[in-house]
Design a protein around this ligand. Structure first.
Ligand code: CLF
Ligand code: SF4
Length: 459
């Protein structure tokens, strides 16, 4: 039996989510996803996007993925499934919108379903045309669909979407936003009624939709969304928002919003890594280079039985983690103070990244028993987004320090003297560690309390 990600869902839904690294926070430590970049076209324009790069709605901006044909995608999925035993989900998330050219996307899913039936299929779309494809989604057994919904009010939406093209007609301004929003909400409702697990992604855009997102969350919950994933605006180079000088939200603003949505009863995703459209591996890992098409056998043998045994073993590991966490919770005193810890990681739930190479930090709060993931703070935004970090190392370091200054501890696999000194100045203690994130956090909290002999709450 697979472990349970949440206590408020049907057993069937829990079972489906327990191996999905995006829908289940526990699963993301053990199970891998693979994105197949078969969908280059798009039918709308978002002001934070530049079409030279991948779809920003569920991808890292400023990144270009090589587009595969459905035939190439089939070969690649077979090759990866034969080697990557923890692969549990295959998704299409770009590099454009997967439903702008639905034949390519569904042809690809059909092939995956036929050759690697044990993986879950996952689709991510801007939602303009999803309502037309509900039957096909059901027929193919695609159980997870993500729709990016940034607004439910067309007056907010018009600040995000300058145009939309549908069936050869171009819509602009408020009319474009109105059409897109109505289609997104219709698609969500239809999918949810079919029992599809729908995740809604929203980009938090300060000054545009930041105050509006609680209303979005409430509405999509009413319509049957399973999960809400709010990610910070990261602006693609050359996009309209870059020209307008828009800025990403501060980590605290994003965190406050996520807390608010969670209090309103929505299940909120906090571990999104804004993957590439060709990402392969655990969340946070990008192993596409390890699986070059030219290195793969034409028709690799997939040992389905070995895959299932491997994944059942991962299910057990997850259950053990959940049990150990419950035991720790039982031993902690009520009202214990928490401290905040930043972790540099390349994925795999390990402290395994040098500070200087980190492009993101995972942020946790811990009271010495529970380790709660608060979210991911990306720092490549300062390199690929609105600011130029190429020439000014000091400015980049100061940006990173300001992003981490509410943390008490930073865990990384190595750090130079200059960043260590800068972090110390703002009260962050860098510790060099390797290995399991949770164990390293719990051990480092004891260490820092011992040495500082102080009230560990930083406020
Ligand atoms: Fe991929 Fe998206 Fe499916 Fe996950 S990603 S299509 S739901 S399998 Fe996950 Fe990556 Fe965040 Fe997306 S971490 S960007 S939420
Ligand atoms: Fe860009 Fe994706 Fe928006 Fe299309 S849906 S404009 S690819 S961010």
């Amino acid at each position: 039996m697979k472990p349970s990600p949440s206590s408020c869902m049907s057993n069937e839904a829990e079972e489906e989510l327990s191996r999905h690294p995006c829908y289940s926070e526990e699963a993301h430590r053990f199970f891998a996803r693979m994105h197949i970049p078969v969908a280059p076209a798009c039918n709308i324009q978002c002001n934070y996007c530049n079409r030279k790069f991948d779809c920003v709605n569920e991808s890292r901006p400023g990144v270009v993925s090589e587009v595969l044909t459905p035939e190439q995608a089939e070969r690649k999925v077979k090759g990866v499934a034969a080697q990557l035993m923890q692969l549990s989900v295959v998704g299409v998330a770009g590099p454009g919108d997967p439903l702008a050219d639905p034949e390519r996307t569904f042809d690809t899913f059909e092939r995956v379903k036929q050759h690697v039936p044990d993986v879950a299929l996952c689709l991510s779309t801007n939602g303009l045309t999803v309502y037309r494809h509900v039957d096909e989604i059901v027929r193919l057994g695609i159980r997870h669909v993500t729709i990016t919904i940034n607004a439910i009010d067309p007056d907010v939406g018009r600040e995000i979407y300058p145009w939309v093209v549908d069936e050869g007609v171009r819509y602009e301004g408020r009319e474009a936003a109105e059409l897109l929003i109505s289609r997104q909400l219709l698609g969500l409702e239809l999918l949810a009624k079919q029992g599809i697990l729908v995740k809604v992604n929203s980009i938090m855009i300060p000054g545009v939709n930041d105050h509006h997102l609680p209303a979005v969350s409430k509405r999509v919950k009413e319509l049957g969304a399973t999960l809400h994933n709010v990610t910070p605006l990261i602006i693609a180079p050359g996009s309209q928002y870059e020209k307008d000088g828009r800025k990403a939200p501060r980590p605290k603003e994003l965190n406050n919003l996520q807390e608010l949505l969670g209090r309103d009863g929505m299940k909120v995703m906090r571990h999104c890594r804004q993957c590439r459209a060709d990402a392969i591996g655990l969340l946070g890992q990008d192993r596409n280079q390890d699986f070059g098409l030219d290195t793969m056998e034409a028709d690799p043998v997939i040992n389905h039985e070995a895959r299932e045994l491997f994944q059942v073993d991962l299910d057990t590991k997850i259950r053990q983690r959940v049990t150990a966490k419950q035991a720790r919770l039982g031993s902690i005193e009520a009202g214990a103070q928490t401290i905040r810890v930043a972790v540099a990681t390349r994925g795999g739930d390990k402290v395994n990244q040098h500070f200087g190479h980190a492009t993101e930090f995972m942020i946790y709060d811990t009271d010495g028993a529970e380790v709660k993931l608060l979210g991911v703070r990306k720092i490549q935004a300062y390199c690929h987004g609105t600011a130029d970090c190429n020439g000014d190392k000091d400015a980049t370091l100061q940006e990173i320090v300001s992003i981490l200054k509410d943390c008490r501890i930073l865990l990384c696999s190595g750090i130079g003297d200059a960043p260590r000194a800068s972090l110390n100045k703002v009260g962050v203690l860098p510790l060099v560690r390797k290995g399991d994130v949770q164990e390293a956090i719990l051990e480092s909290v004891k260490y820092s309390s011992y040495f500082e002999n102080i009230n560990i709450s930083k406020g």
